[in-house]
Design a protein around this ligand. Structure first.
Ligand code: ACO
Length: 344
């Protein structure tokens, strides 16, 4: 039997129309455009409008990914929705997206904060390689603004809402995830968490008064963790794939802070140009961050057919995940057509 791979054949994203600029934030909290830009690299971020739900954003991104892959929802064998901000505590985001798409398959929600999509992609890859499924939709979507205290300047300037979707399909051509690493350091769980509103401290007037239903973060602790783990994990995963840094055409890091990306690039001895950065437009969109950057990199022509890329994410948990992905396309995909058109 031929070895099965899980080829990335579809991609798409959705961002809400509403833009929250640094100038807007200056009117809300004691901050400045200069501070935000220098310390984070963020200029603006998107916030959900009254029309946007986690499900509607996921479905909009998924429809685009299906179109690029030349598939319909009925072709899907499984759906993985990566999010920490689902529409409801029950049912899970996967079921809502499956229902809204009209797909006829199993669906689940995966919650690993900003590392979510990398975890989801690795799960999809394993399910396809095992022979269980052939076609899987992996979505990263967040209405992270829901969990942000817009009176807390240490967190509210960082985050934005978005959704991005990817399709993985069985292929006998070496492609898709060629090596991966998933990690967790639960000892640091409380350096990035939402203390209230769960089962330990259910929602109550006290929780609301304490504002403990919002994201609380030890920014410097997370920064130190991230600056170390992104570079180290990428180095390990590239080696695991049997490659060197020179073999990687583009690195797609989690977009949490431009200084974290710069620090990882320095640690790896690589020029910043090898890293895709779109944080200035969207801020940190949590589980949507890596796939959103991936889709934009493809659409901007920064990733070509046959390229080898490496992705890395980190977030609440504290968790992290990295992977080396071999881009390879089927004739029907947009990437193939773009490559064919430019070769004419
Ligand atoms: N505007 C102006 N001043 C601010 C702001 C702001 N928005 N936020 C903090 N400050 C102040 C602080 O109060 C502090 O003032 P002080 O010196 O008078 O006490 C000063 O700026 C410096 O604060 P630091 O925390 O040292 O600033 P730092 O350079 O570390 O930047 C930041 C803070 C941006 C939060 C950074 O630590 C960071 O990016 N950390 C990582 C965050 C991250 O990646 N989170 C991932 C989330 S992933 C997920 O799963 C959701």
């Amino acid at each position: 039997m031929n070895q099965k791979y899980a080829q990335l054949t579809g991609w798409g994203y959705y961002v809400p129309e509403k833009v929250l600029t640094n100038a807007d934030l200056e009117k809300m909290v004691d901050t400045s455009d200069e501070w935000i830009l220098q310390r984070t690299g963020i200029k603006e971020r998107r916030l959900r409008t009254e029309h946007d739900t986690n499900t509607s954003m996921s479905v909009a991104a998924a429809q685009k990914a299906l179109d690029v892959a030349g598939l319909t929802p009925k072709d899907l064998d499984f759906i993985i929705c990566c999010t920490t901000t689902p529409d409801y505590l029950l049912p899970a985001a996967g079921s809502l997206v499956q229902g809204a798409l009209g797909a006829e398959c199993g669906a689940m929600q995966l919650s690993t904060a900003c590392s979510g999509w990398v975890y989801g992609a690795v799960m999809a890859d394993s399910l396809i390689r095992s022979g269980m499924y052939d076609t899987i939709l992996v979505v990263g979507a967040e209405i992270i603004s829901h969990g942000i205290d817009y009176t807390d300047r240490t967190t509210c300037v960082l985050f934005g809402d978005a959704a991005a979707a990817t399709i993985f399909q069985a292929s006998d051509k070496p492609s898709g995830i060629m090596a991966s690493e998933l990690g967790s350091d639960g000892a640091k769980a409380k350096s990035l968490w939402v203390p209230g509103g769960g089962t330990t401290k259910p929602i109550s007037q006290q929780v609301v008064d304490e504002r403990s239903h919002y994201i609380m973060m030890d920014g410097q602790e997370v920064f130190k963790f991230a600056a170390r783990v992104v570079g180290e994990s990428l180095q390990r995963v590239v080696k695991k794939a049997g490659l060197t840094m020179d073999d990687i055409d583009l690195f797609i890091p989690h977009q949490a802070n431009a200084r974290i990306i710069e620090s990882a690039a320095r640690m790896m001895g690589l020029p910043l140009e090898k890293f895709f950065i779109n944080i200035h437009k969207y801020g940190n969109t949590s589980a949507a961050s890596v796939p959103l950057a991936l889709v934009e990199a493809i659409e901007e022509g920064r990733i070509q057919d046959g390229d080898t890329i490496a992705v890395a994410a980190f977030g609440g948990g504290l968790s992290w995940g990295s992977a080396v992905i071999q881009m390879g396309v089927k004739e029907k995909t947009a990437m193939y057509q773009m490559a064919a058109a430019s070769a004419d």
